[in-house]
Design a protein around this ligand. Structure first.
Ligand code: ADP
Ligand code: ZN
Length: 435
């Protein structure tokens, strides 16, 4: 039986969701226009006043906000309330440049934690669960979001933060953790570490994992599910829109429901800014419908995905987003060919390798080079150089089929690639194309 945290809204009819969105957007645009001069200027440049936005159909008239705007307006320029009404600051992990700071009022925190609570219940969580939060605590939103969500559901919360894998395992086993929350790369590392200590997947009490904050493939999901003996659910979010929980996976494990009563989603063509019809692949854009302190309208996430309103067996009616392939700026252009690290991960796992890899891009004689470092499988290690070369060539050829360009594969001894406790850094680009 499916459980919901807020059944009424999570399963509301499309008409009802639209009605709520239309009502909220009118209020929100007025709030932003009156309280955020930075955005009012952008609206004025387009000749817009709040009266021009009567419902979500009019959202496409509004100007976009991008990461560059957040940098321009840093730190207080997009604040929608007095600082004294804010109760929290969080910040991005700075994966792609200068950090962004986001502000929250108490209702903003509540709304965010409720979104995370929906995710936990969708993953099968209830007050009997012990939730091990192994996302980083601090400025990063991962720890705080899932922690708050776990409290709201009434789970017993284990605020581990990331790292100290020895202690993670000890507490997981001693305190019978049932739900693990962390990045997928850290989940894979915890699974590997459990096996090394002689634990089998059935030895732990975990039933589910809620993993996000970085791109991960279906193959990675299968691998984590196997190593931990759980169901692994995706969760998505970004600091600019609150944090994790903007979208979450249900039992169908086929895309994440976006909490549409709080966030209006659009898919646009990243080059032209044109809104694309449902089912098209493009850049995800969010409008926060009721956030007070950091009320971003039409924020360009740079994450590339697809939206679908196909009926979901779980009964939730909110639109689903596909796994982001990575952000538009994660896309590598190597010898003119577009390559996403996730494609490399897919090939590696399909070919029986571990998800521990490092991608290095360089330039030699004016040509891009692609080197992929992969750990050899300890059970298949050979002393013969010819065998190693065969394995490397086999993998390089599988990569060429998938990517359209051939990388140089380097098999390295097991455990030599640094494990990630938070967001994994998979790519080293030595070309210095950007600053
Ligand atoms: P930073 O931009 O510094 O990494 P955040 O910590 O706010 O800042 O991370 C948000 C970004 O993380 C998203 O825009 C997205 O690119 C990525 N992300 C978050 N959740 C997922 C997920 N489930 N799958 C893929 N990417 C994700
Ligand atoms: Zn569903």
């Amino acid at each position: 039986m499916t459980n919901y945290y807020q059944k009424e809204i999570e399963t509301a009819s499309r008409d009802e969701i639209l009605r709520i969105q239309n009502e909220k957007i009118r209020k929100q645009v007025k709030h932003v226009y009156e309280n955020v001069p930075y955005y009012r200027n952008l609206m004025e440049e387009k000749g817009l006043t709040p009266e021009d936005i009567q419902g979500v159909d009019d959202i496409k008239k509004l100007p976009f906000l991008s990461k560059a705007d957040l940098r321009d307006a840093y730190p207080y320029g997009l604040l929608g309330v007095d600082l004294k009404d804010c109760v929290r600051i969080q910040s991005t992990s700075g994966t792609t440049g200068k950090r962004v700071v986001a502000f929250y009022t108490q209702p903003d925190v509540d709304l965010w934690e409720e979104c995370c609570a929906r995710a936990i219940v969708a993953a099968g969580g209830n007050e009997d669960d012990v939730v091990q939060v192994a996302y980083g605590y601090g400025l990063f939103t991962g720890g705080a979001g899932l922690h708050g969500g776990s409290h709201k559901v009434g789970c017993l919360t284990l605020p581990m933060s990331s790292g100290n894998t020895e202690r993670q395992i000890q507490f997981m086993m001693d305190l019978d953790a049932t739900i693990l929350c962390c990045t997928p790369s850290y989940a894979a590392f915890i699974g590997e570490s459990l096996a090394e200590r002689g634990y089998k997947p059935e030895d732990n009490k975990l039933k589910a994992g809620i993993f996000g904050a970085e791109p991960w493939t279906e193959e990675m999901r299968q691998s984590i599910q196997k190593s931990l003996g759980i169901k692994a659910y995706d969760i998505y979010g970004l600091t600019e829109t609150s944090g994790p929980g903007v979208a979450f996976e249900c039992e169908a494990q086929s895309g994440m429901h976006i909490n549409e009563d709080h966030f209006y989603a659009e898919i646009i063509d990243p080059d032209t800014g044109e809104v694309l019809p449902e089912g098209s692949k493009g850049e995800l854009v969010f409008t926060a419908l009721d956030k007070e302190a950091f009320p971003l309208l039409r924020y360009r996430t740079r994450d590339i995905c697809v939206l679908t309103r196909e009926k979901c067996p779980c009964g939730r009616t909110h639109v689903k987003m596909s796994k982001p392939m990575g952000r538009s700026d994660d896309m590598l252009i190597i010898r003119g060919v577009n390559v996403f690290p996730s494609q490399i991960e897919t090939v590696l796992l399909n070919e029986g390798y571990t998800p521990n890899y490092q991608i290095e891009i360089g330039r030699k004689n004016n040509t891009d080079t692609l080197d992929i470092y992969v750990e050899a499988d300890p059970t298949k290690i050979s002393d013969k150089i010819a065998d190693i070369q065969d394995m490397e060539n086999g993998l390089a050829s599988a990569m060429r089929t998938m990517l359209g360009i051939g990388p140089k594969i380097h098999l390295v001894p097991p455990k030599t690639i640094t494990r990630s406790e938070g967001k994994a850094v998979r790519v080293i680009d030595n070309r210095k194309l950007h600053d």
